[in-house]
Write a protein that binds this ligand. Sequence first.
Ligand code: GLC
Ligand code: MG
Length: 687
Amino acid sequence: MFILHIALQGCLRARDVAYGITSDTGGHIKYLLELIAAAEQAGVARQEVIVRRFRDPKLGDVYAKRKERISQSANIVRIDGATAAYLPKEQLWQEYDALSESLAAHIRGLDRMPDLIHAHYADAGRLAADMKAEFGIPFIFTAHSLGRLKMLANGTDEVPDALRRRIAMEDHAITHADRIVASSRDEAEVQYATYPSANTARISVNPPGCALAEAAPTDHDWIDPELVREINRFLKSPELPPVLALARPVRKKNLIGLVKAFGEDRALQQRANLVIFAGSRDDIRFEEEESRDVLLELLYLVDRYDLWGKVALPKRHAPEQVRDIYRYAAAMRGVFANSALNEPFGLTLLEAAAEGVPVVATNSGGPNDIVGICEHGRLVNPLNLADLSSAALELIEDPDLWDRCAENGRRNVGFYSWERHVQTYLEDIDAILNPPKPAYLSGQRYGHLLVSDIDSTLVGDPAALTRFGNWQARADDYCFAIATGRSLHSALDVLRRARAPAPAVLVTAVGSEIYYADDANMRTLRADDDWSAWIAEGWEPRAIAEMIATHFKFERQPVVDQGRFKLSYFVPSREAATSVRQALYVARLPATAVYSHGEFLDILPPRASKGEALRYLADRFGVPADRTLAAGDSGNDLAMLEVAGRGIVVANHTDELACLRGRQNAYFAARPYAGGILEGINARATA
Ligand code: GLC
Ligand code: MG
């Protein structure tokens, strides 16, 4: 396999990368070099990295070299643009035509065509799309960060030209890419959703490895005494555990919210210190405007809440000390807090996990996935200061909980390895190069349709799931579908981690989205656009959200759990859900309101539900209604358990399904989880 990477920005070199030497010499280079090394390890025979050649003696001579060796099988190839000087990313657009020509010439001169191009960042995506048009080489796109997010964060209508160009290029790359690699579900389902061209089924969520998590343990068990002295000189009671934060002093990191949360919470102040490493500074007045404002505000708040002696704000730390900072927090039985308004990925949470520090993390962005997988702490709404501080206090006050989180983190962070990343990467590439035949388009017919819920139905008993998998592998006559409240990428993640058999169809977001999986790894997915067009009719999410905000004070679920056709809330009771239904009716806002688990309320288009999706699929695959089966455990399964030829209720069901007792099509299994599903299927066969 021959992979050609394109990465045009910054000062990329084979080794000793001077991170930060220009503002474009950043994380994407580290990511790329680590990916290349891991791909080589996994047997990728040849890799080339295309970068722009430039001459700038101040930056170094190597960037003028045409070729540089990275390793035995990987090289950097520098191609010429229209000019020779170093250019920051905002000015690179003047070079694209020239770079595109140089790259085409380079590819023509190669002894063989690359199998695949991997474009890193928007501008590389533009070149990759050109090469696809010219040579038919498929490409993967990794944005690394997205222009539209920056635009939304800027919060003004005036979009600078450079940003506007970048967003247009991203849209172009998204349209033409064969696959997009995202690091988190938030990136895949929230951030990309802001682009008109986005298609979530073509995105693969594949988090990077974490170097710190993979690093060998230190050979000493002391913590840099210099560091400890630097922290302790701020503190009246240095023996208390720290609430630790480590983030640049920029607004979106919300260090201000963290200090306020600490300042408002007397109990937390008595049990813990607040220790904030906010980059390195000399004279605050000479910092960039945003950092200066944030730092001054932090100092002001320390004074305002009179937190002197309780907050440490060390002036600087060296990169080599980062690991010891976490080790200090672990040794002191503290917690790590990431209170960012949005955290695109959340590397610090992995570092905390690796060193055994429990976390309190923002529920906006990548941390949803990380805390979901590592299970090493709590997710909170970063704007809810009381939640933030009480979650920290709970972890500090409950030694068993603390121990469990510390241990979970150390154990589960192993998931974030480059080895695992590359395995997924190669599966994605394989699906691109050898596309499977899309079954559902070829008029596939089945004798039966089995639609199962995931949480507490399909998964929950691993041994029973294995038995179910064995049955499913032989049940050729059954179309196996799942129907879940989760989003697509969340569903894929749990199914994979539970080693569940791959369904042919995924009904997600409580029956409001339908996807077909064309291969056994669920790497080739297609959205059912007919279904979304059908349910879009009469759907007025804005008006509904407004109505609920005015009449009910329900908390909205995190942004990652909102869907194009799904508004989700936390509600106190079944009665609350009933009042919402009435209010929707009175306001003439047609919608389906689904209540489950005693706390969730999902509002969907009037034509959407797990039950409607089941009917639609039965029709699509030519399965008569009496040969359809549904399996579930809770309120959001009710609709499909009612309409299926047989509704299998697993033994561990919630009492939201008690209303099905006595119904002719309902089968109440004696066994829980997947064992109950198998029981229900067999009961049907013998009936
Ligand atoms: C899943 C979804 C959530 C939904 C719930 C019930 O947990 O993530 O948004 O409310 O299912 O359907
Ligand atoms: Mg369930």
